[in-house]
Design a protein around this ligand. Structure first.
Ligand code: NI
Length: 177
């Protein structure tokens, strides 16, 4: 079990475009996935992308099971997604509050596609192909943005809706990040 340091906004590694994973099932990839899971659970995150721990590969993990950081969110099955490809279903977008382990202590209102098809590879090499909506679709878009060097503050349209979690939501225990 290894909890890795999560890079914070301002680190240039968070702005790089990550490279596709060439082979699944390698020891190095297994170790990366274990570290990502340990780190995400330790920090009570809804998701984590490999570049956030300094690894420039197209790997994300996510999953929400009554996460206290997202008290209003529906649950999202724990998923390991390698080399993801996103295809919005329709053009409709909706605003929702997001936080990020790389932007600790803050929240912003971010527009995302309401419905989304995502494809990719699971840890065992099997294909993943799902069409989802709402918070599930939001989490996937947020995590995959990390693979293209985009942190959510760049997606905020109205910067008056960006601030410190404990000020925006004083009655909620959103943790430190
Ligand atoms: Ni993030």
């Amino acid at each position: 079990m290894t909890i890795r340091e999560v890079l914070k906004m301002g680190d240039p590694r968070l702005l790089e475009v990550a490279a596709p994973v060439a082979r699944v099932g390698t020891a190095a990839l297994r170790e990366l996935l274990t570290d990502m899971q340990d780190t995400m659970r330790h920090l009570r995150g809804a998701g984590l992308a490999a570049p956030q721990i300094g690894v420039g590969l197209r790997v994300v993990i996510f999953g929400v099971d009554q996460n206290p950081r997202y008290p209003d969110a529906e649950s999202v099955p724990f998923t390991i997604l390698i080399n993801p490809v996103l295809t919005p279903v329709g053009k409709a977008q909706e605003d929702g509050w997001e936080g990020c382990l790389s932007v600790p202590g803050m929240r912003g209102l971010v527009p995302r596609y309401r419905e989304l098809r995502y494809q990719g590879i699971a840890a065992d090499g099997k294909p993943i192909d799902r069409t989802v909506r709402g918070f599930h679709a939001r989490v996937v878009q947020h995590e995959v943005d990390h693979l293209d060097g985009i942190l959510y503050p760049r997606r905020i349209r109205d910067l008056t809706r960006f601030g410190f979690s404990d000020v925006l939501f004083p009655d909620q225990d959103l943790g430190d990040d």
